[in-house]
Design a protein around this ligand. Structure first.
Ligand code: SF4
Length: 727
């Protein structure tokens, strides 16, 4: 990416942070709070998610069969089914059906995907969006910024100004009630006049041809009942085998999306509907209503054959991945989105239906923090899809400066990978060199000319402080020092994994970890295992990550074979061992590492629970702590262990509840994302500068969190193990 492109990207993000960020943040918080509360009330949340996932897996596996089945069912009911290869094919069919008549629509992202409004309007008919938010955007001539709440970026005041300007009502509209009443009356007339009603479908049951529509306003029903012809547009992936299969989805979709136990309207239609229709002020028979189900392929059948993108088809478009994403919360779907779809899963959809170029526009906004993973009602590994697409985007490019790096880089990537990504993806090599030449390397990197060169050529933002490399790495320190607990007296034996940052930059936390474990009678070794693969994976360099993963396993395998435990300080590296290595290592190696590896404070907790003497650790004396857990640590449900250990040691702990610190590894160093990173981080700063927290010692588990907090707070944060250090 050129310096100019980076600058333009940064400007666009800055503009959206200023204009749309506050509204998106406020509204997604409401959805998130609702989702947490509503799902917590479910006894069988995980079971429901597993059930929903199994239904989608089965449906996508049997998709061609289900298409045949639904065609038979709809035709038996008196309607027709058209399977459209692509957007043009779908629009051609729909244009023929509509034949220039006016159309009223309920909300449908699939209809946005094929741009049916533009196609029909070009043929002379009027098309009216009847969902309130979609109507607002139609009037404003803007694209949706969220897949469920398309006008989430607009405040009530902005909508009032827009309506007053465009419609010039007798009395200016101001309140939400006034705006809603005006839109309802305005659109009510359009609905009465229109002859064609168009809906989407959240689910289509293959056995009966039933459409399940989940809406907040009931307008889908009106569009169907008040018109003569019903056209339903749905992606083929919306098919589920039977009506019985709808139950887990109805339970999950409202909770996951808007945080409601059930959405205001759950409508089941088995069209053609024969309920009466309106003719002027009279009700007329609806017996001869036409129904057309247009099933859209548009790349979906290819996605089904693609082992990596197939999971995207399980998506029920609830938006939980967008709402739970810190970057999305701050910048919204106009930055974090492609031609149609926005949010976490949008990369998969855009790559599948519009192509990788559309996904490339925003794919880097996913930092892989994994906060969305547990929020997805169908258990989709959204970060992995983003990583795979990033890898494909990398490989699809011709690098302008490849000749500079060809054969010189220590990674497994072909030409074309952006130099910035190559730099951050090879952090281990960089750190090794930085350490070997420290302190000269640290001094040289800090000089003005070096910073400006780094910013111009590699997009490393000069406002961000660079890490300072230690001359002596943790591994070297430990090799000289050796273990201090004899084998015979040891409670257990541990291989402490020296992640690249701890090994070369924050060696003090590694040394503290060694001392704390030894104080608890653990014999520690620090094997020279390399970088986990997290750094290259975050840049979409999957082959390099796989090579790193294999090297790490080879270095640690002897300890596992000897029955030792593996303890990891950096949560994002533990997450590699527990999650991503499943895709990068042979099955048995992954299983062994996953079974034997622990996060440091989780391990300390286990030792204390199993009889280790807490009194050998320094007491907290009620010292007041503000603790921020790492995103990956929360995904793995490990946050409580740190809190429990600190409290058991006598510290008074309060925790942050922000999704992410905003730093996310290399993300916060990139000049195009620096301001977004800081904006996200400010939410955490706000929590740690309240009356209750302003004087608390700040503690964080993740490297990135520590870097971000260090940059944004006046207090210096520490890893929790430093509080337990005996030295
Ligand atoms: S990927 Fe999961 S969380 Fe995201 S929209 Fe789809 S179903 Fe919802």
């Amino acid at each position: 990416m050129s310096a100019d492109t980076r600058r333009q990207k940064a400007e666009r993000i800055r503009h959206l942070l200023d204009t749309e960020g506050d509204a998106v943040h406020e509204n997604t918080q409401v959805f998130n709070e609702g989702r947490y509360e509503s799902t917590a009330n479910l006894d069988d949340y995980d079971e429901l998610k597993n059930e929903a996932r199994a239904i989608k897996e089965d449906a996508i596996e049997r998709l061609p069969e289900l298409v045949d089945q639904v065609t038979e069912a709809v035709e038996a009911n008196g309607g027709s089914v058209y399977v459209a290869d692509d957007a043009a094919d779908a629009n051609r069919y729909i244009e023929e059906v509509v034949d220039g008549r006016d159309v009223v629509k309920s909300k449908s992202m699939t209809s946005e995907e094929i741009e049916v409004n533009e196609s029909l309007e070009a043929r002379g008919g009027d098309v009216w969006e009847t969902d309130l938010a979609e109507f607002v955007l139609q009037v404003a001539d803007e694209a949706p910024s969220h897949i469920v709440a398309p006008a989430i970026h607009k405040s009530r005041e902005e909508i009032a100004t827009l309506f007053n300007e465009v419609f010039d009502p007798e009395e200016p509209l101001e309140t939400a009630e006034e705006l809603t009443r005006f839109a309802r009356e305005y659109l009510g007339e359009k609905i009465l006049d229109a002859e064609v009603g168009m809906t989407g479908a959240n689910f289509v049951t293959a056995d009966t041809g039933t459409l399940a529509l989940v809406t907040s306003e009931g307008n889908a029903r009106k569009c169907v009942q008040a018109t003569d012809t019903h056209v339903a547009v749905a992606g083929v992936e919306k098919l589920v085998p039977s009506v019985e299969d709808l139950q887990p989805f109805v339970e999950l979709i409202g909770r996951s999306g808007t945080g409601q136990d059930i959405t205001s309207y759950v409508s089941l239609f088995t069209p053609p509907s024969d309920s009466p229709t309106f003719g002027g002020n009279e009700l007329e028979s609806g017996d001869d209503r036409e129904f057309h189900l247009v099933l859209i392929d548009n790349g979906r059948m290819e996605m089904r054959e693609d082992d990596q993108l197939r999971e995207t088809l399980y998506c029920i478009r609830c938006s939980a991945c967008a709402n739970s994403c810190a970057n999305f919360q701050h910048v919204g779907g106009h930055a974090f989105g492609g031609e149609t779809y926005s949010g976490g899963i949008a990369t998969g959809w855009e790559a599948g239906v519009h192509g990788e170029d559309s996904a490339a526009e925003f794919n880097d906004l996913c930092t892989g923090c994994s906060r969305c993973v547990n929020q997805c009602p169908v258990n989709i590994d959204i970060p992995w899809i983003n990583t795979v697409v990033r890898d494909r985007i990398n490989r699809g490019k011709d690098g302008d400066l490849d000749f500079l790096v060809e054969g010189l880089t220590p990674d497994e990537e072909p030409g074309g990978v952006d130099l910035q990504k190559r730099l951050f993806g090879n952090f281990d090599t960089l750190a090794k060199l930085g350490s070997a030449f420290a302190p000269l390397s640290n001094w040289a990197a800090r000089t003005g000319p070096a910073r400006s060169l780094l910013e111009r050529t590699l997009g490393v933002d000069s406002r961000r402080e660079l890490p300072e490399f230690e001359r002596e790495s943790l591994v070297e320190w430990f090799e000289k020092r050796g273990p201090r607990v004899g084998r015979d007296e040891a409670r257990r034996q541990v291989a402490l994994y020296p992640d690249a940052y701890t090994n070369y930059v924050r060696t003090e936390r590694g040394k503290a970890a060694v001392r704390v474990l030894e104080a608890l009678d653990i014999r520690v070794d620090v094997p020279p295992a390399g970088e986990s693969g997290r750094a290259p994976l975050s840049q979409g360099m999957v082959s390099t990550a796989q090579s790193n993963a294999n090297a790490v396993y080879d270095a640690i395998a002897p300890a596992i074979a000897a029955g030792h435990d593996v303890v990891v300080i950096e949560p994002s590296d533990l997450a590699m061992f527990h999650r991503e290595y499943e895709r990068l290592l042979p099955e048995d190696d992954y299983a062994a590492l996953q079974e034997h590896s622990y996060e440091l404070m989780e391990y300390v907790y286990g030792l204390l629970e199993n009889g280790a003497d807490i009194d050998v650790l320094p007491g907290g004396d009620d010292e007041r702590i503000a603790y921020h857990s790492h995103c990956q640590q929360r995904t793995l449900d490990l946050e409580p262990y740190t809190v429990a250990v600190l409290e058991d040691c006598g510290f008074d702990v309060t925790t942050s509840d922000v999704e992410c610190c905003g730093m996310a590894g290399s993300f916060g160093y990139k000049s195009e994302y620096y301001e977004l990173s800081v904006d996200v981080g400010e939410t955490l700063v706000d929590q740690f500068t309240t009356e209750d927290t302003a004087d608390r010692t700040v503690v964080a588990s993740g490297t990135s969190c520590l870097e971000q907090l260090d940059a944004l707070l006046t207090r210096r944060p520490a890893h929790p193990v430093r509080l337990l250090d005996t030295q």
